[in-house]
Design a protein around this ligand. Structure first.
Ligand code: SAH
Ligand code: SF4
Length: 353
């Protein structure tokens, strides 16, 4: 019989497994700390458990990591892993270091069904959802690499933030994503604060309120166009969930989280498509209509082999930013990271066909 993987079980599920082998509840707590606070994968090293118990655990459970197929570090220190799971499926995970902190960008699906025209991942059809354990273990791989076990305090950790912005549409896999983020933010283990976790979605409107009610993490929306006609051209999902539905769902998020919990609107700058002053003005009118606490993140387009779009000129991007800022919205321009190793936004892909 296959041994059961412990990574990805919720606290309650782990407690039930431990009860099922006849052990007391505090053993589940100890195990949780070994797995998620200390990052231990070897039962033999769990020194506060008796030898008998360690043997018993070893005979039924495993604590594993995905296989690292390749690992690349770019000129700007962005770190990318190509990981393989038990069934041979592969995804990419990226760590983006800043001066004294950094974000781990995690994937939620193998491929993506949304098929945005500008996205490398979207050109690879969906294969399957990742399990909660597969999502959590991406972060654990990064912690292994940077030696951040036992979990440091939030002031001293380099792997301080999580962005759910890797491969896949997280709200097409909400159950596993919610379960994984609960594990990653649990205070007895990895303990990344919910204020340091951002979930980005292409706009699966009916699921957006869950980001507030089930999780309480930060929300980012891949908007990329100021009206439905343009958005549908680059994001086919817009036919299913048009801008108005997405923004109404954002209002529900802020009804729960409060207006001060700003929603970030990601806006990809595509040359001669959505980068004119009129586009910026239309965007402002849209935001005013829905009265959202919003800020923008202007994303320079990252090219990938086979894609026809061109990035907007620096001038246009700065001008666009100035117009939004004059209307009272923060609109920083995102610095592309890890482009030389195809680790930047929209460049991730696990199959090179
Ligand atoms: N599926 C989710 C999360 C992953 S994508 C989503 O779409 O929001 C993370 C961000 O990268 C999104 O804003 C996405 O639109 C953007 N992106 C996709 N392709 C890109 C490209 N070629 N250059 C720059 N950003 C891109
Ligand atoms: Fe999927 Fe996001 Fe890429 Fe669109 S941008 S294809 S939703 S991963």
């Amino acid at each position: 019989m296959d041994k059961k993987e412990l990574i990805g079980l919720s606290k309650d599920e782990l407690a039930a497994e431990i009860a099922a082998i006849g052990e007391k509840p505090f053993r589940a707590k100890q195990l949780w700390q070994w797995i998620y606070f200390r990052g231990e994968t070897d039962f033999d090293k769990m020194t506060n458990l008796s030898k008998d118990l360690r043997e018993k655990l070893k005979s039924v459970f495993v604590i594993s990591r995905p296989k690292i197929i390749t690992e690349q570090i770019s000129a700007d220190k962005t770190h990318k892993w190509l990981l393989e799971f038990a069934d041979g499926q592969r995804i990419e995970t990226v760590y983006i270091p800043e001066e004294d902190r950094g974000a781990v960008c995690i994937s939620t699906q193998v491929g993506c069904a949304v098929g945005c025209k500008f996205c490398h991942t979207g050109s690879q059809k969906i294969t399957r959802n990742l399990t909660a354990g597969e999502i959590v273990s991406q972060f654990m791989i990064a912690r292994d690499a940077y030696g951040e076990w036992p979990s440091p305090t939030s002031e001293t950790r380099y792997l301080s933030n999580i962005v759910v912005m890797g491969m896949g549409e997280p709200l097409h896999n909400p159950d596993n994503v919610i379960k994984a983020l609960k594990i990653l933010s649990d205070g007895d283990g990895i303990a990344i604060s919910k204020r340091r976790i951002t979930l980005s979605t292409s706009g699966i409107a009916p699921k957006i309120p869950l980001v507030a009610t089930e999780l309480g993490v930060k929300l980012a929306i891949s908007l990329h166009a100021p009206n439905n006609a343009k958005r549908s051209q680059i994001m086919p999902i817009n036919d299913r969930y048009p801008i108005e539905e997405v923004l109404a769902a954002c209002q529900k998020y802020q009804d729960v989280m409060g207006m001060s919990r700003m929603i970030t609107f990601e806006y990809l700058m595509l040359k001669d498509f959505n980068d004119s002053p009129d586009d910026a003005k239309e965007l402002i009118a849209l935001m005013k209509k829905f009265k959202l606490g919003a800020k923008f993140n202007l994303i320079p387009f990252n090219p990938w082999p086979g894609c026809d779009f061109q990035p907007s000129s620096n001038n246009k991007v700065h001008n666009f930013s100035r117009i939004l800022e004059a209307a009272g919205y923060e609109a920083p321009i995102r610095v592309a990271r890890g482009q030389d190793i195809l680790a930047a936004c929209g460049q991730l892909k696990s199959k090179h066909s």
